[in-house]
Design a protein. Structure first.
Length: 106
């Protein structure tokens, strides 16, 4: 069994995910590129840079608009909201089985 620990959590929001999300685009990388991304998420990545306009926070409904980065070979991926940067400034582990629609919108 595995779990993610948050360093020095100070609020309930840090312990329980509460962000509403809207997946603007699903990006399926080759396994090699996916492995490179997860080894160095703070490195600039072209697939993030090419989709900057799809990642933003909408304050009116408090929704994180993001991209979902995955590979065909894994049952999970990462939600990315880069806030205008070419690296994974905000990221969350996300299992594919949690996606409600085939096009990735939740």
């Amino acid at each position: 069994m595995k779990a993610t620990f948050t360093r020095k959590p100070s609020t309930l929001q840090e312990l329980i995910p509460e962000s509403e999300i809207f997946i603007e685009k699903v990006i399926a990388l080759s396994q090699e590129k996916f492995d490179s991304f997860i080894r160095q998420p703070l490195q600039d990545h072209d697939f993030i840079k090419e989709n900057l306009e799809k990642m933003f926070f909408e304050p009116t409904d408090e929704t994180q608009h993001c991209i979902f980065v995955t590979s065909d070979n894994v049952p999970y991926g990462f939600l990315i909201q880069s806030e205008g940067y070419p690296y994974a400034r905000y990221a969350a582990y996300f299992e594919k089985r949690n996606m409600e629609n085939p096009d990735g919108k939740k």
